[in-house]
Design a protein around this ligand. Structure first.
Ligand SMILES: Nc1ncnc2c1ncn2[C@@H]1O[C@H](COP(=O)(O)OP(=O)(O)OP(=O)(O)O)[C@@H](O)[C@H]1O
Length: 355
């Protein structure tokens, strides 16, 4: 659906995309990165709205440098920011956008009614959009991206500003765009947990560079671990600490769920599964220490945990003119990523649950 080769976008004081080479196949793909990572810049280049400084990109086989019009006929775009005129109704607006995309008047009206029904806005479609909630506005923005029956939609932060229920509804809707209509989706987010539930494939960028691109299943399976919980005994009042020490001494990589900050998780140890005998080693250590084994179960990591370990090293990006105030600092600042990551975990309600 999308292929970029060494795609680079330099603004006077920041490199927003830095030799990005990525292939995106049909399905639902998440494009994740902290604020300023280059997501919106990439989308604008893919739509042919903004010329790249270097490199090339193709969307549906069309070259973004000179086939932008043909791309926009076949691709829907949901922008990040509020862009809806307040004095017109959703129906008027979406019909207008359908006409702009080349649909004849009758088809535009029919498709608008269908699309607004699909996004759950049928009842309110004749009301002025100025009075809509954020969730309703996001649905109109999605509807106008879908109305001309594109092959691919580019959705820029569609869950921005939504409460948890609104986010879940929007994510379901996005999933159904693909399952019900066969339309491929590229959806950006800085919330990793959202992508885990919604996307088949995840592309991660940071400071305009590709950090990782793989299927959602690969992300989580790479990082399988055993969740182990033991009881304390009189002889060992802190059984968890004793087991952690014993397993570490046996050469295993052990973390406490409490290390991730999840409340009430201090008694669960996560043991990396490196080889087949890990569960035997854990069992034997528990027996040797005389502890009670409450549980030992295979646990898939959440994507967000995978990234906490993959935080890029500082100084990996040479964009910007150094120390200016353009926001370049946040584009590739690992601390900024960590702060945002922490926010992600808070919004996801913590990831201390054992899957
Ligand atoms: N027109 C522009 N002129 C100068 N710098 C820009 C311009 N557009 C974006 N940038 C800079 O390029 C970098 C990438 O911005 P971009 O908007 O693509 O990031 P993003 O990942 O979409 O983040 P966000 O989610 O905050 O929109 C940022 O440092 C931003 O300040």
């Amino acid at each position: 659906m999308i292929a970029t080769q060494s795609l680079t976008m330099r603004y006077p004081r920041v490199t927003a995309l830095d030799r990005l080479t990525v292939d995106i196949t049909p399905g639902v793909t998440g494009l994740v990165g902290a604020n300023g990572a280059g997501k919106s810049t990439l989308i604008k280049i893919l739509l042919g709205l903004s010329p790249a400084t270097e490199g090339s990109a193709h969307v549906l086989g069309l070259d973004v440098s000179h086939e932008g019009g043909a791309i926009r006929e076949r691709v829907g775009y949901m922008p990040e920011h509020d862009c809806l005129p307040p004095d017109v109704s959703a129906t008027e607006f979406v019909v207008h956008m359908a006409r702009m995309s080349g649909l004849p008047p009758t088809a535009a009206r029919e498709r608008t009614a269908d699309t607004l029904r699909h996004v759950g806005l049928y009842e309110e479609r004749y009301r002025s959009m100025g009075g809509y909630s954020t969730g309703m506005k996001q649905r109109v923005k999605l509807a106008q991206a879908l109305v001309h029956d594109p092959q691919l939609v580019l959705l820029d932060e569609p869950t921005n500003g939504l409460d948890p229920v609104g986010r879940d509804d929007m994510l379901d809707l996005i999933r159904r765009v693909h399952t019900d209509f066969g339309i491929s989706v590229l959806v950006t987010s800085h919330l990793l947990g959202e992508l885990e539930r919604t996307c088949d494939h995840v592309v991660v960028i940071d400071g305009g560079k590709l950090l990782r691109s793989s299927s959602t299943a690969d992300f989580t399976q790479d990082a399988a671990s055993l969740a182990v919980e033991v009881t304390d005994t009189d002889a060992r009042p802190d059984g968890t600490a004793a087991l952690r020490a014993a397993l570490t001494a046996a050469g295993l990589t052990v973390k406490s769920l409490a290390d991730g900050g999840a409340p009430g998780s201090g008694h669960v140890l996560l043991v990396d599964v490196e080889g087949e005998s890990v569960s035997d080693t854990v069992r034997d250590a528990v027996v040797d220490l005389g502890l009670g084994l409450v549980r030992m179960e295979q646990r898939r990591h959440h994507i967000s945990e995978v990234f906490s370990d993959d935080t890029p090293a500082a100084g990996s990006h040479e964009g910007g003119s150094g120390g200016d105030d353009t926001g370049a600092g946040t584009a590739h600042d690992p601390a900024a990523w960590q702060r945002q990551y922490a926010g992600t975990r808070a919004q996801e309600g913590g990831s201390g649950d054992v899957a």
